[in-house]
Write a protein that binds this ligand. Structure first.
Ligand code: SAM
Length: 278
């Protein structure tokens, strides 16, 4: 695998493109070969795989994916960087697909629906990670996701009940994916260095994955917005048409009406939503 650009090569390329990294777009580019290699290893990328990449940036991860023989479907918001990435298209003979746009509008970079098995490998722009993740979990399911994330976000995604990080996104994600690895990544692996900690998370789709319907996600988000209050009284006051049904189910699922949302585990939330165990 070719080495990623060193810090001086990254600066030189940015100079050549006349580009200053834009903080609000989370432009912290990978400059560490071990992390690029680790991401591809965790994702078990092999020739012929279809990969969605969010924010290819200067193309470090993109090139490594393409050099492994994968098909890459990518989306880049920054016009100048998208132009740079599009210059790689002829070199990779039809295996690189790029759209210029916002990953919140196209969470899977417009990968054709006919491609049923795909993985996501991305060094995400940290500001969009949670709404993007929410959209991905509730769309066509990737087989795995290998994601560079802000450490606090990664900790929320894999949080266990009874902790302050445990929330609606932990439930939605863990109902569908299991965490295989979480690696702390030093800020020196990026140029420029991010002000926050980073973690590389590898998630694999569960065989018995569950996707919460939109009305149940709305209800769960509402319950967690008052996470210290008792679930029974919140359900009684809720404007959700599902709340009365859930209230009746509490007892048969062994959930105390005075329990707090943050104490209820993912399987119980699935049972509340689906009406049965699994
Ligand atoms: N993949 C490159 C790497 O690893 O060096 C760059 C990763 S950088 C953390 C995030 C990239 O996402 C930047 O190129 C940025 O312009 C792009 N980006 C930011 N917000 C975006 C959005 N809403 N949709 C698509 N791309 C976005």
């Amino acid at each position: 695998m070719p080495s990623p650009l060193s810090p001086s090569e990254t600066r030189a390329l940015l100079d050549r493109l006349g580009h200053n990294p834009i903080k609000k777009l989370g432009q912290n580019f990978l400059i560490d070969g071990n992390i690029v290699r680790k991401s591809l290893e965790l994702a078990k990328v092999s020739a012929g795989d279809s990969i969605v990449e969010i924010g290819p940036g200067l193309g470090t991860l993109t090139r490594a994916l393409l050099d492994s023989g994968a098909y890459v479907y990518s989306i880049e918001k920054d016009k100048r960087l998208a132009n740079h990435i599009s210059s790689l298209i002829p070199e990779y003979g039809g295996r690189l697909h790029l759209i210029q746009g916002d990953a919140l509008d196209h969470p899977l970079a417009n990968i054709p629906p006919a491609v049923e098995r795909f993985k996501i490998v991305a060094n995400l722009p940290y500001a969009i990670s949670t709404p993007w993740m929410d959209a991905v979990i509730h769309g066509p399911a990737p087989k795995s996701m290998t994601l560079m994330l802000q450490k606090e976000a990664a900790q929320r995604y894999v949080a266990v009940p009874g902790t302050k990080q445990f929330g609606s996104i932990s439930i939605f994600l863990q109902a569908a994916y299991r965490t295989v690895q979480a690696w702390n990544v030093a800020s020196s692996c990026f140029y420029p260095k991010p002000d926050v900690g980073s973690q590389l998370l590898h998630l694999e789709s569960k065989t018995n994955s569950y996707a919460f319907p939109e009305e149940d996600r709305y209800l769960i988000r509402g319950l967690f917005s008052q996470r210290r209050k008792q679930i029974g009284s919140l359900l009684r006051k809720s404007d959700s048409p599902r709340a009365m049904e859930w209230l009746k189910r509490l007892d048969s699922l062994g959930i105390e009406a005075n329990a707090r949302s943050e104490q209820i585990d993912v399987d119980r939330w699935i049972q509340l939503s689906s009406g049965h165990g699994r």
